[in-house]
Design a protein around this ligand. Structure first.
Ligand SMILES: [Zn+2]
Length: 293
């Protein structure tokens, strides 16, 4: 496995940025609404939906912390998850798949999540290769446009958004509960990561975030891929930042400016104070937007 120095430094800061609360496990369980919880830790935010039919989970962070995550899930539900939805293929959202699959969870995801997890993934932007996953870690139910669960007295729409953060993103809409898990299409922590090497694009991220906005009202609780639970107002700010990023960087690229020239002018400087965090510096975000255009 080759590891670039950028990735190592970046992942370290990402880990540091997420080292919060519960000192024993690093996990924090946040009640979102009746029967729905967010578990925050070092990877992507986990969603847990508890009720009479059983436990439904969204994303699973990393393999070494599966036992701690399952303890946290059992604390609110009394049982291991029956279903696990992956919002996309990234290692900080699917790293526990093998353990969860071995434990009997039925894994559900977009077609491209299964395709990507089935073979080695070389990430140029992270300077890392992610090895193919064993069969038990792969989604057993896959979908193209979406799938609906009728579960725990609610309707749960899992909806694909094309070419956003990756080429296999899904958002999870708890229609009755008025809760949305956005996967990594939305970050409340700061600038989002954008995996243009795996089919992601800034235009798709904007379209996805706008699609999510259209499902919300002022009462909606939003679980982002990374960062605290958020409301509609913060999502509106996030979309404004994405659109400004796209517009400014695209204008410079269309003038024929190289990436290095664009970085020198720091076109998104006005946003860094609000959105820069961990590995997601203003420069790194500008680079991702430029390369995705
Ligand atoms: Zn991701």
């Amino acid at each position: 496995m080759k590891t670039g120095k950028y990735a190592v430094a970046g992942l370290l800061t990402l880990v540091l940025a997420h080292s919060v609360l519960a000192a024993d496990t690093g996990l924090e369980t946040v009640p979102v609404t009746d029967g729905i919880y967010m578990i925050a830790g070092e990877g992507g935010n986990i969603g847990v939906f508890v009720g009479e039919d059983g436990t439904f989970m969204i994303d699973d962070q990393f393999a070494p912390v599966t036992d701690n995550i399952l303890d946290a899930v059992r604390e609110v539900s009394g049982e291991a998850p029956r279903f696990l939805v992956n919002t996309h293929y990234h290692f900080d959202h699917t790293g526990g798949n093998e353990n969860l699959g071995e434990g009997g969870a039925i894994i559900v995801a977009h077609d491209n999540v299964r395709k990507r997890l089935s073979v080695d993934q070389v990430s140029e932007v992270l300077g890392r290769t992610f090895e193919a996953q064993p069969d038990v870690a792969l989604p057993v139910i896959t979908f193209d446009e979406g799938v609906t669960f009728h579960w725990n007295g609610d309707r749960v729409d899992v909806i694909h958004v094309p070419n956003g953060h990756t080429d296999g993103d899904a958002i999870v809409h708890f229609v009755g509960a008025n809760v949305i898990h956005t996967g990594d299409l939305v970050f409340s922590a700061g600038y989002p990561f954008l995996d243009y090497g795996a089919g992601g694009s800034i235009d798709g991220m904007i379209a996805g975030a706008r699609k999510i906005l259209a499902m919300t009202d002022t009462e909606t609780r939003i679980i982002p891929g990374h960062g605290p639970v958020m409301e509609r107002e913060k999502l509106t700010d996030y979309i404004a930042m994405l659109e400004a990023s796209r517009d400014r960087v695209a204008a410079l690229k269309n003038e024929g400016k190289s990436l290095e020239e664009v970085l020198k002018t720091d076109p998104l400087a006005g946003h860094h104070d609000d959105w820069s965090w961990g590995m997601m510096t203003g420069e790194f975000w500008t680079r991702l937007v430029y390369n995705s255009l």
